[in-house]
Write a protein that binds this ligand. Structure first.
Ligand SMILES: *Cc1c(COP(=O)(O)O)cnc(C)c1O
Length: 222
């Protein structure tokens, strides 16, 4: 199947209320152009430099999502244009995003990443760490970020029961977080689900899926 065919097939399978992030990491500009021509406007990348290079040459109505783990010293390179940062996993990083957004006179939407998988290799906060961040007085002073929701990655396993359990746990944290709404906390986005598990994720309440290989084909490297 071509990129266009795969994209249209996935779009037909997911509800209109779920946002599709086309994960184009490692893929050449031509592939992104094909998806763009097929109507896709939201793209996800996991490396700041690669995303910036693509942003420079592609149409400006694309929304760029940073889905990877972000180092604080890289935030400045994407602060001018990034539309959503999925992997915020520390208060220090949130403060740096706020600082860089302010320099560009913008507000940047952020998702806090929650650790739901069994593997230690995956990044993310516990629910307690999350509550500590969103309840802190200092968080309320960050005027150039908005916390719009949560992101999580399930364990890499073929055990669907395990995946369902992890997504359900993330959904309940998401629902509890809705009570914390404030000036810079507006909870409306639950980013969960990738090529292998997006159907289960949607069943469990995902509002945003990040799909790469099922659209663009397999990657040679990550
Ligand atoms: C690469 C990546 C994806 C997409 O993975 P696929 O299995 O190719 O759909 C989704 N989310 C994150 C955080 C990623 O790094």
């Amino acid at each position: 199947m071509s990129i266009t065919e795969s994209l249209l097939k996935i779009k037909s399978e997911i509800p209109d209320t779920v946002t599709l992030v086309a994960v184009s990491k490692t893929k050449p500009i031509a592939d992104l152009k094909e998806a763009y021509t097929a109507g896709q406007r939201v793209f996800g990348e996991n490396k700041v430099q690669e995303m910036t290079q693509k942003w420079e040459v592609l149409p400006k109505d694309i929304q760029w999502h940073m889905i990877g783990h972000v180092q604080r010293n890289k935030v400045k390179y994407m602060a001018e244009f990034v539309s959503l940062i999925h992997g915020v996993d520390s208060f220090k990083l949130l403060k740096e995003i706020n600082k860089q957004a302010k320099i560009h006179n913008r507000t940047i939407d952020c998702l806090l990443q929650i650790h739901i998988a069994e593997e230690d290799t995956k990044f993310g906060l516990s629910e307690n760490e999350l509550l500590e961040i969103v309840s802190s007085e200092e968080c309320a002073t960050l005027e150039n970020i908005t916390i719009v929701g949560l992101m999580g990655m399930a364990t890499f396993t073929s055990d669907e029961i395990q995946i369902k359990k992890e997504f359900a746990a993330l959904k309940s944290i998401f629902d509890r977080l809705k009570n914390k709404a404030s000036k810079n906390i507006k909870i409306n986005t639950l980013s969960m689900g990738m090529s292998g598990d997006y159907k289960v994720a949607i069943e469990k309440g995902s509002t945003m899926v990040r799909i790469g290989s099922s659209i663009f084909g397999t990657r040679n490297y990550t």
